[in-house]
Design a protein around this ligand. Sequence first.
Ligand SMILES: C[S@@+](CC[C@H](N)C(=O)[O-])C[C@H]1O[C@@H](n2cnc3c(N)ncnc32)[C@H](O)[C@@H]1O
Length: 384
Amino acid sequence: MHTAPTTTAVPMKTLTNPTLTNPNLTSPSLASPALTSPALPGAALTSPPSPAMRLRELVFGAACAAAVRAAARLEIADALGETPAGVDELAAAVDTEPLPLRRLLRALSCYGIFAETEDGRYVHTEMSRLLREDEPNSLRYISLWCTEPWTWEAWPRLDDAVRSGRNIFPELYGKEFFDYLHDDARDSAMVFNRAMTHSSRQSAAELADYLDLTGIGAVADIGGGQGHVLASLLEKHPQVHGTLLDLPKVVANADPRLREGGALASRTRLLPGDCRDAIPVDADLYIIKNILEWDDDSTRRTLRNVVAAARPGARVVVVENLVDDTPSMRFTTAMDLMLLLNVGGAKHSKASMVELMTEAGLCLGHIGPVNPYLHAFESTVPTG
Ligand SMILES: C[S@@+](CC[C@H](N)C(=O)[O-])C[C@H]1O[C@@H](n2cnc3c(N)ncnc32)[C@H](O)[C@@H]1O
């Protein structure tokens, strides 16, 4: 059903709640003024929902998350092409009953995920497109990861985690989160790996554009996962060599470009290890991206190990999502709470990150956004 983009204008069904309109249609040809104007005249329909209605909507947040999950699992976005499709046609393609599928699409389109035409067919919006598997910036696996079955067990225990300050995962499942994932929830582990791969590929390219590697000959990526950041940097800078340090199982599955036989292998060292124990790497630039969200003791040990291994004057760049001073507060604070529930970790504020880096002996430099949800903290190892 996936066909070439259409140029035909399609009248769109009107949504009446102004906060829920703006489905961000990708194709201007599909956008219609009707989408942003109220169905009926009257001030009540053009004003934002009242606090009471907003709270009602918020406490039904689980319904919204479940609807996105259902759409991702049913692969509706993949089945819908570039031309409007009727519900019967879509239902046949994704193997569902037409009537409940219409109800699901109606709920999703309230949030700008898919949009309904005036004649009752459905088209893509920018957000629904992101649920496609073949979309370069796909969020399909992130959507599945954030709504995996264990999350529906864990969220109702948030008050307990807030009370105790500890993760509730061991109480719920009898073991720590990653042990559960690898021993008992292989499908979830697969979703996690794909979600991390997608999001780390996307942010790796952005970080490679952001970082100035003038004068840098050797880069080390600490807790670098499969090495997407390192591969992006080595591809962009042919004179640079790199080391990928991560846990043994992770390094063994490094990006094929970095492994033996890969295009970047001759400039890459794969180093299995635990960065809390030691970081035996001499580099001009150390990158530590999205790993300092565990307990502060692990963060202190990792930063101390970098400072111990690095030459005076070496650069250390920490890249993290922040729970303050960021345009993506709702997203990062939600991740912060999820980390509390599953691993007892936390996202940092700008101040807490600066404090830990300073305590480790690093000299803080520029702090700036790599993209709307990631901040880079530049620092150097002191020379004296
Ligand atoms: C959220 S991922 C981030 C991966 C990568 N830096 C990125 O941004 O795409 C956290 C990484 O830290 C690694 N990690 C966790 N504990 C570690 C340890 N003790 N030593 C080294 N790496 C570790 C994990 O294996 C994982 O690859």
